[in-house]
Structure formats: C-alpha cells, structure tokens
Design a protein around this ligand. Structure first.
Ligand code: AMO
Length: 436
C-alpha cells in the first residue's frame, strides 16, 4: 500500500508513490490534459492528468467527479515548477469516498460576495475556506495560550455550573429554563461562583466556559451564547492590580499568536497583531466623557458611554497608537452590585478593557465586606434572600479580591478586525439564529 501524504509534506516526496486525500476543489479540462485541485487542511495539491497516459476510467472518474467530493488518489509525485508546492501528482488509482451533491449550498472558491447569513446557514461549507478556518485555528491557539498563562501564574482552572437558581448580571438577559418543574436560569457569567471560591483558599481561579445572555438586540457585538474567560484573585489592593494582570495575559496571548500562527495570519492578510510598546492607557470614565463630548456626542455625566461613545474613544486612542486601553472609575450606578464603590464619590473601583472602540472585558475590585455588599444589593433593588448561598461565603472570612471577564469571541473579533462577533463563533446563537 502506498504511504499517505498531504499538502504539508508532499513537496519532499518527489519520485515516490503516495496516496493523498481531500476535497476536489476544482477541475480544469484542457483537452489533452486535465487538472484536479485537491484541498486538504493546509493547502491544495495539483493532480495532473495527461489524457493519453491515464487509464480511461480513472481519467473519467477524476475529471467528472463533482466539486467538493471527498476522494483518495494514489499516484507518483513529480517535481513541477508550475505549482505552489513544487510538485504534482500523476494518478494511478482513485477512490471517490463521498460524492458531493449538486448544486453546492455555497461556493468555496468562488469570488462572489455572499451574505453572512447565507454563509452561517451552511457553516460547514463556509469553513472549508482557509480564511474562515484560520480564524478558528487562531482562536484555538488563543485558548491554549490563556491556559498556559493562567496556569503559569498560579491560577487554578475551575468549572462552575451553567444551570443556576439566580443570575448575577441583571434580570433582563436571563434565559429561563424548566428545571424538573422549577424555574432555573442559564449562567450569564461565573461571577457568583468565582467570588465564592475566593473564601476557600483557592485564591486564584480562572475559567473558560459558555455564558448565556438573552440579548434582545440584534447588533454586530452581541450573541446569546459566548465564551467567557474569567479570572478572580485574592489579596488585591486596588482594581489596578486586576488591570495589570489582564494586560500581562493579553500581551502574552498576542505575542504567542504572532509567534505560532504566522501561516493563519498570512492567510488573513496580516503580518502581526499590533500591540502598543507602552502600557495600555488607563482612562477614567470622566476623561472619556470629555473625549466624546469634544467629538460632538452629547452624553450627560453618569450616562453609559454606549456603542457610539466607545467607538469615539476608540478613534481617539487609535490616533495615539493604542488599540487596547482601559476605561476605569465608572459611575457606581452603571456597575453591578458586586463592584466596590469609591467612597465619597459617585464612582466605583471598576474598569472595562476596550479593543479598537469596543468593550471586550470588564472587571474590578469586589465588595468583600458583608454589610456593605448587602447594602449594595439593596440599593440595586435585589433581594438578598435570592443570593443566600453567595452571601454565606462572605460571612465567614472573605479576603479582598477582584477579577475580570473577557469575551473570547469579541477578543478574537477585534484582534483579527472581523466585522462582526459572529465571525469569531463557529455556530453563533442570536436573536434570530438557533441553528445550525
Ligand atoms: P460583562 O457583563 O461586562 O461582565 O461581560 C464581560 C464580557 O463578556 C462579553 N460579553 C458578550 N460577548 C458577546 N455577546 C454578548 N451578549 C456578551 N455579553 C458579554 C464582553 C464583555 O466585556 N461578571 C462580569 C465580569 C467581571 O466583573 O469579572 C461580567 O460578566 O466581552
């Protein structure tokens, strides 16, 4: 039996007889000679069929097989200065393993602009395009790098429940499920659990897991299921300690992607992911308000910066050469109950990390003092009885702590300049999309 080869190693196999497997991307019949382009995970291999030298049924099969069929082809590897790999395959046998039906729901190589929805409807076919796959290969590496960084820095990887009796991020975006006749909710974030763990001695934890938000708005930055990278750790003195940790982690990931994903970045037309040499700037909310007001957006003090405000701040920071920057000291009113207030001011020890004009993360110092936490819950109109188990962890010895949550989908979207967060999700879920 001939040995297997693929586009990654066939260049060094001239003179050998090998078997290659993949998808028939394209067939060109030029009379006396035909070419089949076979695609595999990395690249394409040219199969050359000089009509007179190829057995007729083999010639017929390979030149007539429908595009995107999966085939296995055995033949001799020959040097060629006409192909990107420097070799071509002259076939002596082939097997059509899985014939593709026609017409295809979506072209793989056709240079036509197809709506994102059409592409997402046939995502399996869309993912056959190298530039679509590259996003997910980079995302995979980003996830590996997060694990590397977090473990190397003393964080313990945890898994917290995704079906819960209470949510942490406000009632508006809770997904209700029927839990054996009782109401339950899909987790909006691991917030309550990662904080409870702070009272245990597992005092540096992280999680990468799904988070669910019943987002009723159809935007380019919201999906109803996203992947949250959460970190939480004890013994912080101020929220800046959390920002510094995120910055180190984000730099590690971007550096790692630049070093390990050169091929994928090249497919996406990028040399490298840019990151500022100087530390990520820390703008206060009040400074941002002034920036957006100067740019003509009339926001009242205390108002949410919103998509438009964030974008204006992003433009301002881009001019200064900063794709990534923090916005800190948000009004306490804008932030959840678990964030610590900055006493004597309307602000809080909170921050967002923005990437090119879009929030990708938020976090801060938490209120670890039981009485103050209770007061904050009441101020936010929450019933402490709904959070009994969470609150118990604060009653019996809770260190000061802080943390962050980063949406991996938005992180990848912005890193790769994708126009929509859905482009960074394999099978996105949103207001209108529950399949595939
Ligand atoms: P927040 O609600 O700001 O904070 O969410 C943190 C990050 O999660 C991502 N994200 C989303 N991504 C896509 N679609 C959505 N609908 C969506 N909602 C949120 C964003 C966002 O910045 N518990 C806190 C974090 C903390 O303080 O540790 C939290 O969930 O990238």
């Amino acid at each position: 039996m001939a040995k297997y080869a693929d586009s990654g190693n066939i260049s060094s196999m001239a003179g050998e007889t090998v078997t290659v497997r993949g998808w028939v991307q394209d067939t060109r019949n030029l009379g006396g000679i035909s070419f089949v382009t076979l695609r595999d995970r990395n690249s394409t291999i040219q199969i050359t069929l000089p009509k007179k030298k190829i057995e007729p049924t083999l010639f017929e099969t390979l030149t007539k097989v429908s595009r995107e069929s999966v085939v296995s082809v055995t033949g001799e590897v020959k040097e060629s200065n006409q192909t990107a790999l420097g070799v071509e395959l002259i076939p002596s046998a082939c097997e059509v393993i899985s014939e593709a039906a026609t017409p295809l729901p979506l072209g793989v190589v056709d240079k036509v602009n197809v709506e994102m929805d059409t592409r997402l409807n046939s995502r399996f076919m869309d993912l056959r395009k190298p530039e679509v796959r590259a996003v997910f290969e980079i995302r995979s590496m980003a996830t590996a790098l997060i694990h590397e960084y977090m473990i190397a820095n003393g964080f313990v990887n945890v898994a917290t429940p995704k079906i819960n009796a209470a949510g942490a991020e406000g009632g508006a975006t809770l997904f209700k499920v029927d839990y054996f006749g009782k109401p339950a909710f899909l987790a909006q974030s691991p917030q309550l659990f990662k904080q409870m763990l702070m009272s245990t001695g597992l005092d540096r934890v992280y999680e990468i897991g799904p988070a669910f938000r019943a987002e009723h708005s159809n935007t380019t930055r919201h999906v109803t299921e996203f992947t949250s990278w959460d970190g939480e750790f004890c013994w912080i003195e101020k929220e800046e300690d959390v920002m510094d940790e995120i910055e180190k982690a984000v730099r590690y990931i971007i550096k790692g992607i630049n070093e390990r994903c050169a091929r994928q970045l090249q497919i996406l037309g990028k040399e490298a992911i840019e990151v500022s040499a100087e530390p990520f700037p820390k703008l206060t909310y009040s400074e941002c308000l002034k920036i957006v007001q100067a740019k003509g957006l009339n926001l009242a003090d205390g108002a949410d910066l919103g998509t438009d405000g964030e974008k204006l701040v992003g433009d301002y920071m881009a001019e200064k050469g900063f794709p990534l920057y923090f916005i800190c000291e948000y009004p306490e009113e804008e932030k959840p109950f678990y964030i610590m207030e900055k006493d004597g001011t309307p602000y809080s020890f909170s921050f967002d990390l923005d990437y090119k004009g879009q929030e990708i993360s938020s976090g801060g110092q938490r209120e670890h003092r039981y009485d103050r936490l209770l007061a904050r819950m009441e101020k936010k109109g929450l019933n402490p009885d709904d959070f009994e188990d969470y609150l118990a962890a604060f009653k019996f010895g809770m260190p000061p702590h802080g943390g962050f949550g980063i949406g991996i989908d938005r992180f990848i979207e912005k890193m790769l300049d994708l126009p929509n967060v859905r482009e960074a999700v394999l099978f996105p879920r949103d207001l209108n999309r529950l399949y595939p």
